[in-house]
Each structure stands twice: as C-alpha cells, then as structure tokens.
Design a protein around this ligand. Structure first.
Ligand code: 8OZ
Length: 367
C-alpha cells in the first residue's frame, strides 16, 4: 500500500509525493500582477508533490476580488514566469488554477464598470472584497446580467487561451480548471443559479455543457495529461445549491473520464467548513467509482479539512492525492512535518487575505 510520501503519476505529471498545496486566495497581487514575494511564497512550499496556485482570472471579466492575480496580460505572465522559475529551481511542480468568477464580482472590477456575467440574472447572496481608500472593504456582489448564448464560445476560447499561455509562456506544468465554489462553471452546473431555457440550462446535460466545452477546449490545446479540474458537488460557498447533485456530478464525472485528465480534485462538504452537511448528503465513493467505471485514469485528489490521520485513511481507501489548504498557509515544510510527526504552526486568519510578507512568507520551517 502506498503512503502519502510515495511518488505518484498524475497524467503527464510525475509527483514526488501525494501531498498537494490546495489553491488559496491570498490577495497579494496588486493590479492582478504576481510579485516576487509570491515567487518566494510558492517556492518555500515546493516540497509538496504539487502546488496549485491561488485562483487566477482568465480575463478582466473573470475578476471578482481586489488584488487577485490574472493570466491575460503580458505583465501578469511575466510575473508568473518568475514564480514558476523559482518553484522549478526549488524542485517543485506547479499548476495554475484558471478562474472566471461569473456573478461573484462587482461593477467596480468589471470592464467599463459593467455588470458581472452569469448564466441567469440572479444575484448571489455573498460578498466580495474591494480596495477603497487603500483599505479592503467587504461589499455585496453586484446584480449580474445573463450571458447571451452567442458569448459562450468567446468564454470557452478565453479559457483555452489562458491554458496555452500558462504552459507555453508562463512556464506552468499544467492547469487546474476551477469548476467549484459557486464561480462561473459551477453557476452553470447548479440549479439555483442557472434558470436558462437554451442548450446551457434545464437538463443535467445542458447545465454541464459549458464546463465540458471548456475542459475539451483546454485538453485539445495543452493535452489532458496537464489538465486537472476542481469540483465541489455540495458546497454552499457563494450561494449555490443543486436540487439533485448526485446524478448531476455522475454525468459530469463520466464525461470527464473520457478526457484523460491528470487529476480530479474534489472538495468534500462545505469549502473550508464541515465535511458533512446534513441537508446536502453526497456519496463521494460512488462518484469515484463512476469515474473509474467510465475508464477515468486520472489521479483522484481529495480536499477539505484533512489532517494526517484522515489523509492516511483516504490513501488507504484509494485516494491518490490529498490537498491541504490552511495547513499550507502556515507550514511551508508541511511534507517534512507530516513525515516526522512534528507539530504544525497555526495559521493566522487576520493575514489570510491581503497584506505583505507578514502571515505569508514568515511562517517558520523546522530547523
Ligand atoms: C476565498 C476568498 C476568495 C476567493 C474559492 C477562489 O473559494 C476562492 C476564494 C476563496 O475558490
């Protein structure tokens, strides 16, 4: 039986161990441009089998928060080049999480001050963060407008261009499609956010269409072996809900199984919160079984609230990779600490979002 510390193949990616740094929004990229401090932060964590970057906007329309990075301008790509070089220098592997927030945005962040876009004109009951007078403020998200079907090919193309830029220009080992947490692709999937009556709404097949078109466009451009995807079947994050998630995700996972992806990344329960939601039951073992039954060979990555004991159990139960979020904020040498059974540093919530080196690159590694 393998352990967390054994190497594993995820598509084209040969990973030194099964411990993954989960994507973590840190809001330290002013003007959406990755900084040298970010290169230091990621390279400090390069002993993970795989680093997944913080969510990174594929376009200005895809931006929803102050000071999150992008992947669509020359300066942004140049900033990321320094990050990937530092990680590779330190012996690590890094993929970028491709993000379009959809309705989780504010007119202040959108091109020309326009409305954010969404499957349907339904406002998300959630907050975003803007910078006003130099200080972060939480504000309600703006009312979105429903995307015209004629705009969807452009969005698919924008994802594809971002994936190409990620591997060909910015030096990433691959990409992770952000299909989770109530952002654009998850808004299309979930019945509470998608009330369309065209080919992209209504039936399960229709609601899954945009996510699958995006995934096929990306795998066509860079190869499935460098492409992963993150899904959150039942998270309440950003005000999404699906009336019948098991058959929805069963369909999604069976279609994804045909695309030879590097990995499938599943958030179990409420993102960053409880793993079990009494009012939103979901059978994750059945999801994984459906993926394998449909021929899916990608690595199976689990996430949410894992500690060492739970992670060991998950690997024994057949998970290939375990993604750690908050533990990676505070422990740059998490792999070594887990291997040695060393105590973990405690993350400081006050410095999760925004700021500089404090609470970012100053967590100590073991001597
Ligand atoms: C926390 C704050 C802002 C964004 C996600 C990208 O939940 C995020 C995010 C998390 O996937």
């Amino acid at each position: 039986m393998p352990t967390l510390f054994d190497p594993v193949q995820a598509g084209d990616l040969h990973l030194a161990n099964r411990i993954v740094m989960a994507p973590l929004t840190r809001n330290r990229a002013p003007d959406a441009i990755p900084t040298p401090l970010m290169a230091e932060y990621y390279s400090q964590r390069a002993s993970a089998g795989l680093l997944i970057t913080e969510a990174t906007a594929i376009s200005q329309q895809g931006q929803g928060y102050a000071d999150v990075p992008g992947l669509y301008g020359t300066e942004q790509l140049d900033g990321w080049k320094k990050v990937t070089a530092a990680v590779h220098q330190a012996g690590g592997k890094i993929v970028v999480q491709l993000w379009h927030v959809g309705r989780v945005s504010h007119t202040d962040l959108q091109p020309g001050g326009g409305k954010p876009v969404a499957p349907s004109a339904i406002t998300a009951k959630t907050k975003t963060v803007l910078i006003r007078d130099g200080a972060p403020v939480f504000v309600d998200t703006s009312e979105p407008r429903a995307l015209d079907a004629g705009e969807l090919p452009g969005i698919v193309h924008t994802y594809q261009a971002a994936a190409r830029n990620a591997v060909e220009t910015a030096g990433f080992d691959g990409v992770e499609i952000h299909g989770a947490n109530g952002y654009l692709l998850d808004q299309f999937l979930k019945s509470s956010a998608n009330q369309r009556t065209d080919d992209y709404g209504g039936s399960i097949e229709n609601r899954a269409r945009l996510l699958l078109e995006v995934t096929r466009a990306i795998t066509g451009a860079i190869g499935g072996g460098r492409t992963g995807i993150r899904l959150s079947p039942v998270t309440p994050a950003n005000d999404v809900f699906d009336a019948d998630p098991q058959p929805l995700f069963d369909h999604v996972i069976r279609e994804l199984a045909t695309l030879n992806l590097a990995y499938i990344h599943i958030i179990e329960g409420a993102t960053g919160g409880p793993r079990e939601l009494p009012d939103r039951p979901f059978d994750y073992a059945a999801l994984k079984a459906a993926y394998r039954a449909a021929g899916g060979k990608g690595a199976w990555m689990v996430n949410n609230g894992y500690d060492q004991a739970l992670a060991d159990q998950a690997v024994q139960d057949g998970a290939d990779l375990v993604a750690f979020g908050k533990a990676y904020i505070a422990n740059p040498d998490l792999v070594r600490r887990l291997r040695e059974g060393a105590p973990l540093n405690t993350p400081d919530k006050a410095t999760f979002y925004g700021g500089g080196a404090q609470g970012y690159t100053d967590y100590p590694a073991l001597a």
